[in-house]
Design a protein around this ligand. Structure first.
Ligand code: FES
Length: 184
């Protein structure tokens, strides 16, 4: 009555073997997925590696909505490209009310506070130790030794996509004019 292994037809054995392998593989991938996903950066999905600027709730900014409510010269804090100190990144609205070709990592190069944009003063001013940065993030006042890091910004499909900035730093102030991108 009992069915021995030998008695099981070859095709049935193969089927059972495949079923077992599939179940084990599925369970393993399912268990490891959160770990694997943690190490894969968010992407816009088109293979460019760009990161879409997101609001506090994690929703992608719509450029149409952004430009409808922000003034020319505005600076909008977003979740963007993750540099060493964090991913807080300013979207820069230029004087023509367009998204500029660069964004600014908002983490102060001094000791890591997030630097607010002061519309009244027309500059970034760090609340922690007083470092100040120009509209383009150039260094105006220490104790920070560096300007705010640059990222590239591009508008695509109504989103702002950030990618790393590895080219020369175009900003020059009395305190800092080294063209080497110090954050790379
Ligand atoms: S952390 Fe910004 S000035 Fe010190």
């Amino acid at each position: 009555m009992s069915e021995t292994v030998e008695a099981i037809p070859q095709s049935r054995r193969q089927f059972l073997s495949l079923l077992t392998t599939g179940a084990i593989t599925g369970a393993t991938v399912g268990a490891l997925y959160p770990v694997i996903a943690y190490f894969i950066p968010p992407s816009d999905g088109d293979g460019t590696g760009g990161i879409a600027a997101r609001d506090r709730a994690g929703k992608d900014f719509s450029v149409t909505e952004l430009l409808a409510k922000e003034p020319a010269g505005g600076r909008v804090l977003s979740q963007g490209l993750s540099l060493a100190a964090g991913n807080a990144t300013y979207i820069v609205i230029d004087e023509n009310k367009q998204v500029a070709k660069y964004g600014l990592n908002a983490v102060c190069p001094h000791l890591g506070c997030v630097v607010p944009w002061d519309t009244g003063l027309g500059k970034f001013k760090c609340p922690c130790h007083g470092s100040a940065y120009a509209t383009d993030g150039g260094l105006l006042n220490g104790p920070s030794p560096y300007p705010m890091p640059l990222v590239k910004a591009e508008v695509k499909d109504d989103k702002v996509l950030f990618t790393p900035w590895t080219e020369n730093d175009f900003r020059k102030t009395e305190l800092y004019s080294n063209p080497e991108p110090w954050w790379v």
